[in-house]
Ligand binder design. Structure first.
Ligand code: SAM
Length: 309
């Protein structure tokens, strides 16, 4: 089995911004610069890259994977918004939620806790900038960073608001066609390798109280999301490894909202939600070579249009 990698030993994930370029063009650009493309990855081992080699991700077609210390912050493609980066191998967890929500072109989508907008820009790319993308965040400063990021990424279908999602009225006329919601609320961040306290994830009383407060907030947000009248699907994601913020939130929500059910996600993904919520995904440094995270997809039972995963 793999050793537990440190944050700076995780592969470097790069998302190609398909609003500005194509994956093929980005690959060609890197090849011209002396990087060697080894093709699509098939096994986790293929992501153990060295030097200037890179591969296509195991699951996501617009994701390229480079060796851990590759730095693209001064790279032309990054400055031009053609590729989007995040330090320390975070990209799979940042990309999966929008990829799994998969809103069609022209749909109305809501990103509930959106700043700094990594997932919002990915949603816009999936929607080809067509439709409406309502994005909320409580934090004005993070929202202004987000405007810059979205501008650079060429996103134009968004409507940003510095607002508490819990106070957004689901019956507001502007939201009557919202069918897709991405909910990525504040969490403990315990899945982030750099933040993790290895010895005692939730040991002391203060941690426990904090976790309880976060879980109550997360459940409140998820219940609120399900109140949008035409909602078909909601993706719930955290970068936490604590079941209190993950499976327990989703299980409580399903109990309180019998009109919704879980959609089984990526059957080939190696790490599942804790039983009985195995339809959800988990990730970790050891099993998926990413930071720890959790993703669930809930859909309305009566959904007439069930899209394939
Ligand atoms: N989805 C973002 C991305 O991919 O870039 C990251 C979101 S971060 C995990 C959680 C965000 O939720 C923070 O920016 C925080 O300010 C925001 N937030 C917390 N409580 C909120 C609330 N009640 N309504 C709206 N946003 C909230």
């Amino acid at each position: 089995s793999l050793q537990q990698p440190e944050g700076d030993q995780l592969p470097r994930y790069v998302r190609v911004n398909t609003l500005k370029t194509t994956v093929e063009d980005a690959i060609d650009y890197f090849k011209r610069e002396g990087f060697s493309y080894l093709g699509q990855a098939y096994r986790l081992d293929d992501l153990n890259l060295k030097g200037k080699s890179f591969v296509g991700d195991l699951h996501l077609s617009d994701l390229l994977v480079f060796s851990p210390k590759t730095d693209f912050h001064d790279h032309n493609l990054y400055k031009a918004g053609h590729i989007i980066l995040q330090d320390k191998g975070l990209w799979t967890c940042l990309c999966l939620p929008a990829y799994l929500l998969n809103p069609p072109t022209g749909s109305h989508v809501l990103d509930a806790c959106a700043a700094p907008g990594n997932k919002t820009s990915h949603l816009a790319a999936i929607m080809k900038n067509k439709g409406r993308l309502f994005a909320f965040d409580l934090d004005a400063k993070r929202l202004s960073t987000m405007s810059t990021l979205l501008l650079r990424a060429g996103v134009t279908c968004q409507q940003l608001a510095n607002q508490d999602f819990l106070k957004v009225d689901p019956d507001g006329p502007q939201y009557k066609d919202v069918e897709y919601i991405l909910l990525d609320p504040s969490c403990s961040g315990s899945g982030m390798v750099c933040l993790r306290d290895e010895a005692s994830p939730s040991q002391n009383e203060q941690d426990k109280r904090r976790l309880q407060a976060l879980a109550a907030f997360q459940l409140h947000c998820l219940n609120h999301a399900l109140r949008f009248p035409r909602l078909q699907r909601v993706v719930y994601s955290t970068c936490s490894i604590h079941t209190e913020e993950n499976e327990q939130v989703v299980a409580a929500c399903l109990l309180q909202n019998p009109g919704f059910r879980l959609v089984p996600l990526l059957l080939q993904w190696p790490e599942r939600g804790l039983a009985p919520l195995t339809k959800c995904l988990r990730a970790s440094t050891t099993k998926t070579l990413t930071h720890g995270f959790f993703v669930a997809l809930l859909e309305r039972h009566t959904a007439e249009r069930l899209e394939e995963q």
